[in-house]
Design a protein around this ligand. Structure first.
Ligand code: HXC
Length: 252
């Protein structure tokens, strides 16, 4: 795994190209620790996760899982460590450069904005291995693209390309392969130019939409909106609009 920092954001690159960036325990530990560290860095307002070479991630490491038995997996609550990524409060952008299969697709879906290159391929092929998704595929995919498509992908194990993924609502944008990282960096830099508090609140509010009733979600959003009125960034943002100038957010 590689970690770099840009202007206001961090980039985590999965880097096991010989195994198509398959997600083993080491990758889990490294990625979740790096994301937590970037999240705690006041200079970081967004994180990009991408993959080296021709894969984003071709799934959980099948060679590591091959001899995994029920008792070991259950006692260690195998894959639960990935929930640490969902605790990150700055927005995470998945820049999907190639295969995002099984755990790779699930990792992308743990991110907040999915941008795909024209070479991206998504799928939940666990059915071909005699198992089922174990890092959220049956849940997040269904919420993202609905029952019909989720059943189709999880039961047949077929892969879809970037265009079908965008049409299905799985990804926000598709760009030419060579433009992928620039596009992700531009999104990250745009987010970094806003108030960190407001963007964390946006992420929190949208995530709540998947956890609650509409009435409770609307109240939650309203309360967060009320709270945003207590920030210096709200005073600055609105003053800047009225004074016809760019805001200088201080993240306070
Ligand atoms: C371990 C993997 C891997 C994986 C690829 N490799 N995917 N190793 N775990 N998930 C390795 C291959 O073994 C091979 O290593 C090298 O990467 C290159 O892969 P090839 O298969 O030679 O490449 P290609 O022919 O281009 O095919 C690409 C592919 C194929 C279509 C992506 O690799 C593939 O089908 N991979 C498995 C995808 C998958 O089933 N993912 C879901 C995993 S289960 P060598 O050493 O031979 O060169 C999961 C969730 C589990 O994610 C949760 C429930 C338990």
């Amino acid at each position: 795994m590689l970690v770099e920092k840009g202007e206001g954001y961090g980039i985590i690159t999965l880097n096991r190209p010989k195994a198509l960036n398959a997600l083993n325990l080491q990758v889990l530990t490294d990625v979740t620790a790096a994301a937590a560290q970037l999240d705690a860095d006041p200079e970081v307002s967004a994180i990009i996760i991408t993959g080296a070479d021709r894969a984003f991630a071709a799934g959980a490491d099948i060679k590591e899982m091959q001899s995994l038995d029920f008792a070991t997996a259950y006692k260690a609550d195998w894959f639960a460590g990935w929930t640490r990524l969902s605790e990150v409060r700055v927005p995470i952008i998945a820049a999907v450069n190639g295969f995002a299969l099984g755990g790779g697709c699930e990792l992308a879906m743990m991110c907040d904005i999915l941008v795909a290159s024209t070479k991206a391929k998504f799928g939940q092929p666990e059915i071909n291995l005699g198992v089922l998704p174990g890092m959220g595929g049956s849940q997040r995919l269904t919420r993202a693209i609905g029952k019909a498509k989720a059943m189709d992908l999880c039961l047949t194990g077929r892969m879809i390309g970037a265009e079908e993924a965008e049409r299905s609502g799985l990804v926000a944008r598709v760009v030419e392969h060579e433009q992928l990282l620039d596009e992700a960096k531009e999104i990250a830099a745009t987010i970094a130019s806003k108030s960190q508090i407001a963007s964390a609140m946006v992420k929190e509010a949208i995530d709540v939409a998947f956890e609650t009733t509409l009435e409770q979600g609307l109240r939650y959003e309203r309360r967060l909106f009320h709270a945003s009125l207590a920030t210096n960034d709200q005073s600055e943002g609105m003053a800047a609009f009225v004074e016809k100038r760019e805001p200088g957010f201080t993240h306070t």
